[in-house]
Design a protein around this ligand. Structure first.
Ligand SMILES: Nc1ncnc2c1ncn2[C@@H]1O[C@H](COP(=O)(O)OP(=O)(O)OP(=O)(O)O)[C@@H](O)[C@H]1O
Length: 327
């Protein structure tokens, strides 16, 4: 993978949650939601994070956004460095924004668009006059294809695609270097999805924004990502260029995602849900967490945590018995 300046550089990020008993609220176990994650997003590029439900994608995104404090590791956004002892959440918020999956729930339905889009500017004291506020809001609206004279309209008057444009305008208004896109089109009609994807690409080209894309939809990852990281049970098991990882995966888990894709593009079925009970090893304490589900598992996979053996394109490959490069 290329080594230009990252807008996001995550090193050794780990987060463990306490599992509480629903009755006594006592700790009954610990969940390693994310362990020793390294990840980069470069300016003007898109890094995709894929993995089934419960693999830790949201936890990683929340740690990047400063909504969750990791137990260990460093999050660098440009030259701003945050770590558990110095989270720097407020400073981070101006540089990294997020677009959520469902604009119907992420936008307050009865708030006027000018207030929804302008709010981050007010909260971060990024403007010095009402005039400047109105201009910045109008500029953000225009950049996402919403007419500036819609400023007094409300989300309840808009279609799903228009609402997602508003959510993107709100994310853009502070001119962040990084935007986390959390399933940005999966709540939209298929006919609208392509328009929003095109818009995101245009904005990236115009402003050089880095995107961290979380998506279950590999077609979207193929369409817009420049690099892809595959997460399983809190660890990155494979990474690299999408046209290599998603055509000749080396990790058996990545291959299983590709096999699940054609008939079930959302692949969040129970069988691919890491939170579901299943036989075999399920964590990384003594060996590979995927060994219990892996057709290629050897004794070593059950007894030793795999080290990164390196993917052919310079990415990560966490596997004792990877698939051949040219099957
Ligand atoms: N606040 C929390 N308290 C306890 N456990 C949590 C918490 N947040 C996440 N987890 C656990 O951490 C693991 C990773 O969850 P996470 O939501 O990050 O996965 P995900 O890949 O984003 O899943 P999805 O695609 O379903 O959103 C899961 O086992 C989840 O149950």
């Amino acid at each position: 993978m290329s080594q230009s300046t990252p807008v996001l550089d995550v090193r050794g990020l780990s987060k463990r949650f306490r599992q509480l008993s629903p009755l006594s609220r006592r700790t009954v176990g610990l969940i390693d939601a994310m362990a020793e994650v390294d990840l980069r997003v470069e300016a003007g590029r898109t890094t995709a994070l894929v993995g089934e439900s419960g693999s830790g994608k949201t936890t990683l995104a929340r740690c990047v956004l400063g909504l969750e404090t990791p137990d260990a590791g460093v999050v660098r956004i440009g030259d701003l460095e945050a770590h558990p002892g110095r989270p720097r959440a407020k400073e981070r918020a101006a540089r990294v924004q997020v677009v959520f999956q469902d604009p119907n729930t992420s936008l307050t339905p009865r708030m006027e668009l000018r207030h929804i889009i302008g709010e981050p500017l007010v909260v971060h004291r990024a403007v010095s006059s009402r005039r400047e506020l109105a201009d910045r809001v109008a500029e953000a609206m225009e950049s996402v294809g919403i007419p500036r004279d819609w400023a007094r309209r409300r989300p309840s008057e808009l279609s799903g695609g228009q609402r997602q444009r508003v959510a993107i305008a709100r994310a853009l208004v502070l001119r962040p270097s990084l935007i986390v896109l959390d399933e940005p089109v999966s709540a939209l009609d298929v006919s609208i999805q392509a328009q929003i994807i095109n818009l995101l690409e245009e904005l990236q080209d115009a402003y050089g924004i880095g995107y961290l894309l979380i998506s279950h939809d590999l077609a979207i990852v193929r369409a817009i990502a420049h690099s892809v990281y595959v997460m399983y049970r809190g660890r990155i098991v494979e990474s690299g260029a999408p046209d290599r990882v998603l055509t000749t995966p080396r990790h058996p888990y990545t291959e299983s995602l590709l096999h699940a894709e054609p008939s079930h593009p959302a692949w969040d079925l129970d069988v691919f849900d890491t939170t579901a009970e299943r036989p075999g090893r399920s964590d990384w304490r003594e060996g590979c967490a995927f060994a219990g589900r892996c057709g290629r598992a050897l004794d070593v996979c059950r007894g030793e945590v795999p080290a990164d053996v390196g993917a052919p394109d310079g990415g990560v490959l966490l596997c004792h018995h990877p698939l051949p490069s040219h099957p």
